[in-house]
Design a protein. Structure first.
Length: 83
């Protein structure tokens, strides 16, 4: 019997996901490989101050480059685990 994964709220707008901490391929960004760091809302790029409340936006996947560097975001439906 196949079980379906159900996200669990982790607080501050973050959600659980079975690939957290795993290497994933981001097909929306040229099959770039990154580490799945969070499933959380994205903050508007024009926002310059501190975030005082959780944005009311759908969560996105936050990825970091394997060797360090600037994180990027992508849609949950554009990633898969590295095989």
């Amino acid at each position: 019997m196949k079980t379906t994964w159900q996200p669990q709220a982790l607080g501050l707008g973050h959600w659980s996901h079975p690939l957290l901490g795993a290497r994933v391929v981001d097909h929306a960004h040229g099959d770039r490989i990154g580490i799945f760091r969070a499933l959380a809302p994205d903050v508007e790029a024009t926002h310059r101050g501190p975030v005082l409340k959780v944005p009311d936006t759908p969560p996105v996947v936050w990825l970091s480059p394997e060797g360090g560097g600037v994180e990027w975001t992508t849609g949950l439906d554009t990633i898969e685990a590295v095989q």
